[in-house]
Ligand binder design. Structure first.
Ligand code: SAM
Ligand code: SF4
Length: 364
């Protein structure tokens, strides 16, 4: 078997509570379903263990991986630890309610070196609205977590329930006080089939969302965080190596129900049926990546990065002269100040990041 991806994503579709805005594949935690699911994940991992395959990045996402039982976490992390390369990044997603010192000890024991914690907001009014009213002292929790793992990401969401700029400022100030390495901050998206969608909850209006986005970028830059992807910021170069795999359009393997992957010239999405997965059925939808699609994905992924892409790299991959071929489109985008070209580098401006779909459509 000739494999090349350096990255592995494992999906854990269990949560203690279902959030009204969430569109990810998840179900209420159920011990027997979870036990069977982990058994199946271990079977899938065995293939790589037997091959002595090694990954540079492993990301366990969800759902809520931190809500797995101690027994299942131990088995899962042990198997993952066998397929880690020497210089690795090993991340697990956690919710504040299910993260505790016992789990942190297990994380450390099995070489997890990055955790991502979904805090969403520090504001009681907002947490109440999104039904995430956990009773956890976040400052205490992060201080304990830091004793075990130094690379910590916090997820925040902005623009919820007419959030004011002062409330956003307050959330960002509290985030700064945590003094962690990374933040992912997204505006609330109302996805079809969610409770919020059915209840007609609205997204923040576009102008306000742009005002908040500008505020967030300036605030975090002023506090020593580097803006490296549309919604992601890091201190001291602690970029998410795993997510950079996606944003640089590199291959990765996806294991578990609903997980996606990209291997050779195929992008795939595993069936979302947890019962099929637990019964050993491995169905997936596939998309064959033609040269045209590869070009689209290259732009969609790389233009999320603040650093964009290298013109010589795109020329080499697609065997064309990008600047010449897309001359008209590029002139138009430069005139509207949506892109910038600096030496060999092609990237979106801040306005371009906010209008990324338009930039990509223009370049296709
Ligand atoms: C799928 S969740 C998994 C992590 C964890 N279960 C949690 O809820 O924190 C990953 C992150 O996606 C973001 N997210 C999920 N749904 C969203 C939505 N509708 N709009 C914006 N961000 C969302 C949240 O910040 C969340 O932390
Ligand atoms: S947002 Fe996180 S905790 Fe909430 S339902 Fe989705 S995956 Fe579960």
């Amino acid at each position: 078997m000739n494999l090349s991806p350096n990255s592995l994503y494992i999906h854990i579709p269990f949560c203690d509570k279902i959030c009204p805005y969430c569109d990810f594949l998840k179900i209420f935690k159920n011990q027997s379903i979870e036990d069977l699911y982990i058994e199946n994940i271990l079977k899938d991992l065995k293939k790589y263990i037997n091959l002595k395959y090694k990954f540079k990045t492993i990301y366990i996402g969800g759902g809520t991986p931190s809500c797995l039982s101690i027994d299942n976490l131990t088995k899962l992390l042990f198997s993952c630890s066998l397929i880690l390369d020497k210089d690795y990044e090993f991340t697990i997603e956690c919710n504040p309610e299910s993260l505790n010192e016992q789990k942190l000890e297990i994380f450390k024991k099995f070489h997890i070196n990055r955790i991502s914690i979904g805090i969403q907001s520090f504001n009681k009014r907002i947490l109440n609205f999104i039904d995430r009213n956990y009773d956890v002292d976040i400052f205490r929790l992060i201080n304990i977590a830091k004793r075990y793992i130094s690379n910590i990401n916090i997820d925040l969401i902005y623009g919820i329930n007419d959030q004011t700029l002062d409330e956003l400022k307050d959330d960002l100030n509290k985030f700064i006080m945590l003094d962690v390495t990374h933040i992912s901050i997204y505006s609330l998206i109302i996805e079809p089939n969610t409770k919020f969608y059915l209840n007609k909850v609205r997204e923040q209006d576009e102008d306000k969302s742009r005002e908040f986005y500008d505020f967030i970028i300036d605030f975090l830059l002023n506090h020593s965080y580097e803006h490296y992807e549309i919604s992601n910021f890091a201190k001291n170069g602690c970029y998410s190596k795993h997510n950079l795999t996606y944003w640089k359009n590199k291959e990765y393997i996806g294991i578990g129900a609903g997980a996606s992957g990209y291997e050779k010239n195929i992008r795939y999405k595993n069936s979302s049926s947890i019962s099929k997965y637990n019964n050993g059925i491995r169905e997936r939808e596939e998309e064959i990546i033609t040269k045209d699609l590869l070009y689209e994905y290259y732009l969609i992924t790389n233009l999320r990065l603040i650093s964009g892409f290298s013109i010589s790299e795109i020329n080499q991959i697609f065997k064309f002269n990008f600047l010449k071929l897309k001359n008209e489109a590029i002139k138009k985008l430069l005139k509207s100040d949506l892109i910038k070209i600096e030496g060999d580098n092609f990237a979106c401006t801040r306005d371009g990041l906010a209008l990324q779909d338009f930039v990509i459509r223009t370049l296709i």
